[in-house]
Design a binder for this molecule. Sequence first.
Ligand SMILES: C[C@@H](C(=O)Nc1ccc(Cl)cc1)[C@H]1[C@@H]2C[C@H](n3cnc4cc(F)c(F)cc43)C[C@@H]21
Length: 416
Amino acid sequence: GVSFKLTLGSAATTPGFCLTFDHRSPGSLQQLLANVRTELPDYYAPWMDVAANLPHLIEGHQLRREVAKMPLLSTQYLRGHRQLRLARLALGFITMGYVWQGGSRQTVKILPRVLAVPYCTISELLDLPPILVYADCVLANWKKRDPCGPLNVENLDILFSFPGGDSNKGFFLVSLLVEAAAATGIKAIPMIINAILHHDRCSLETALQDVALSICKMREAFKLIHECVNPGAFFRSLRIYLSGWKDSFLMPEGLVYEGVWDSPKQFSGGSAAQSSTLQCFDVLLGIQHRAAQGFSAEYLGCMRDYMPAAHRAFIQTLASGPSLRQFVLATGDAGLRAAFNKCVLALVDLRSYHIQIATKYITIPAGRCRAEQQQLGGCVHEGTSVLSERGTGGTGFMRFLKVVRDTTRKAQLTEQ
Ligand SMILES: C[C@@H](C(=O)Nc1ccc(Cl)cc1)[C@H]1[C@@H]2C[C@H](n3cnc4cc(F)c(F)cc43)C[C@@H]21
């Protein structure tokens, strides 16, 4: 597995930007990923047992009682990044379950200290917000059935679930497979930067072809969602549990983290915008979501704080490096322009596909939900408007996707 360290610094040959690879371990990137530790010291069994039983405890209305029985555990016995990520994953699932167990009708306003204190300690150590993020429930929430087997749906399982049955597994694993398909494209990025620094057009064109191919593979992986996720189960159940408490109609002040802060704090819910690959390809291709579109500009920027620190740093370093767009334009090379535009068009297709998926899994079920409630004379505001308009849930998210897709389309290079 190769892990990339893009570091700024003036190396002897190339002032300003040098690349270092540190090959952590032999074997495929998948082996590196597959070593996600799926166990913690027994001391943490109270967390792991509740997290592993979450659907059952929520459906049986026992989660509150189980949490009340939970001891206040110390985080000192957690060893290394993987155990911190796994502990954070378990506490994140329990926290979302605890806050949203009553559906979007009656939420809690206080997270008990037995959860809030360790959750905030671990989140501080990992430089992540104390709320479940994409990097938890997608990137850290999986294991292979057969460790030597392939990275595909048949050989993968998730570690934790919310109520909503198999659609949890489908939603998180399809997201993971889209991320895994992005790996080839991400691995081509250091080659691209090096090719620019050494004015090596041939290597640059080859690396750009790898990126375009990788983005096409992401779209292929994304198609699996149709057979693995049920729109109703996603919309009525899973989506609720991924919701946050920022700009939220239901929790206008946010959540009190007992024993950590005196006042309630607001944090955004899980969202595809927290996917590092979603933001990485934009930055590589110089696609800026301008402030004019308010919603997407600050939102995308804020979501970088909800990514692992290493991913955030990679994107930041990429953004401050040499501009691929400017280089390709400056060469005036038609072949390079064509290779660049193939990447942009592949990204437009992927975004268009993402919009189709969001329509099927959010917009249409939301319409049905509103119609049902009007017939029942229920308050119409229940649907998506009750939950945060950002993140994975709201119609605001559709607007965000369309703005991002249209901005991407305009990023094609035309002959100067
Ligand atoms: C299945 C969906 C989802 O919303 N997953 C999700 C959301 C929130 C949480 Cl908390 C957990 C999972 C979508 C997956 C594929 C992901 N994707 C990664 N790179 C992308 C680049 C692109 F251009 C692009 F269009 C989509 C891209 C986005 C999410």
